[in-house]
Every structure is written in structure tokens, then in C-alpha cells.
Design a protein around this ligand. Structure first.
Ligand SMILES: [Zn+2]
Ligand SMILES: [Zn+2]
Length: 205
């Protein structure tokens, strides 16, 4: 089964929470009643930004969590314990309101699940990496770039692209740069070419 769990950000800082719990690799609780192994897309009204797996559901008072923004009333309810698989606060396809995607919340059918999973994974697809090490490094960069919380600059650092919804962060050893997707792709291609050239030169020495 697959589920879209919509969280009210006035009650729980879900975006900050997923970044934190992805980094610490700790499971965390949200109100809900899901079975073990169920796939969960986490969303606000503004779109989907995380993919998780339900570990178990517990009927209990609200578990402690610093990301709650409202006091617990002490009553018991169902809370599902979630393990995050991937987090992407700037996912290109899914950073849109659920109504716009024609997406219901709650349980979704198999066809919708496939569509969502493909869209979600496509956002992660990297055609430019050639080795496992590059892929690993790229995954970390990607996580940092996608989830860097500062507002982007007015335009791409390399061209005149100024459409805010397109702009994203690129991480360099000196910090973050605002780039458009085209320049971003080019930058990463250059980085890998530079690494490959360096490796080839070493072999010939
Ligand atoms: Zn650009
Ligand atoms: Zn980058």
C-alpha cells in the first residue's frame, strides 16, 4: 500500500523535521495509522518533498518531538513511526500543490503510486555520474543543494535566467551559488570531466 500523508505546517515543522531526521537517520512519529512496510509520501498542501516507510503504528500520547509547534493535549491517538528514505525540498515535479497534481491525500491506487514513484525517482536520476564514488558524492551534494534553506538569489550566477521557480542552489567548496538547471548540469559535467582528466593524467605519470 502507498499513502500520501499531508501534514499541517502550522502544527508541525515538517520540512525542518525531515531534513533533521534524514541527517540523523532517526525514525520519527506523525499522527496516522499505517501498517508496517507501507510506503509514505510526505506532503504539505504545497506539495510532496519526502518518501518514507512506515515502521509501525502505536496508540499512545503524542511522542516527544521538538518540531511540534503546538502543545500536546495529553490525549491518546494513533502515531505512525516513519523511516525516511529520501528527502527533496525542491523536487521539480512535485513541488506543486496537491490539487494541481490532481492528487488525493490518504491511500492511493496502484496506478497513481507508479506515477508518483517514477516522478519522484526521476528527480534523482543522474546521467552524468560514471562511478559509484561519484554517485555517492553527488547524492550528498544533491541533498545539501536541495535542502539548503536560504532564499535563492535574483538570477543565475552564470546566465540571465531570473525565473525564481527554476533557480536552485549549487554547492561549491566556497559555499552556495544560485544557478539555473541548465548551468547547474553543465557545472557538474565540468566537475566530472576535471576529475576524469586528473585521474587519466595520474595513470600516465
Ligand atoms: Zn544559468
Ligand atoms: Zn550543484
Amino acid at each position: 500500500m502507498c499513502h500520501v500523508l499531508v501534514v499541517d505546517e502550522a502544527s508541525f515543522s515538517i520540512r525542518k523535521a525531515v531534513v533533521h531526521y534524514y541527517e540523523t537517520k532517526e525514525p520519527f512519529y506523525l499522527p496516522g495509522d499505517l501498517t508496517e512496510g507501507e510506503e509514505v509520501f510526505l506532503a504539505t498542501k504545497e506539495g510532496i518533498f519526502a518518501f518514507a516507510e512506515a515502521l509501525f503504528t502505536e496508540y499512545t500520547t503524542r511522542p516527544e518531538d521538538p518540531f511540534w509547534r503546538i502543545e500536546s493535549d495529553g490525549s491518546e491517538a494513533s502515531y505512525v513511526c516513519l523511516d525516511l528514505i529520501s528527502v527533496d525540498l525542491r523536487h521539480p515535479l512535485l513541488g506543486r500543490p496537491l490539487e494541481q497534481l490532481g492528487m488525493p491525500s490518504g491511500s492511493i491506487d496502484g496506478k497513481t503510486r507508479m506515477k508518483l514513484l517514477e516522478s519522484w525517482q526521476f528527480g534523482y536520476f543522474e546521467a552524468d555520474v560514471q562511478t559509484l564514488d561519484q554517485a555517492k558524492q553527488r547524492r550528498t551534494e544533491r541533498f545539501n543543494e536541495r535542502n539548503h534553506l536560504e532564499p535563492v538569489a535574483r538570477q543565475c550566477a552564470f546566465c540571465n535566467e531570473a525565473r525564481q521557480s527554476l533557480l536552485e542552489w549549487h554547492v561549491t567548496p566556497d559555499g552556495y551559488q544560485t544557478v539555473c538547471p541548465t548551468c547547474h548540469r553543465w557545472l557538474h559535467q565540468q566537475m566530472h570531466q576535471a576529475v576524469d582528466t586528473a585521474a587519466a593524467t595520474e595513470e600516465h605519470d
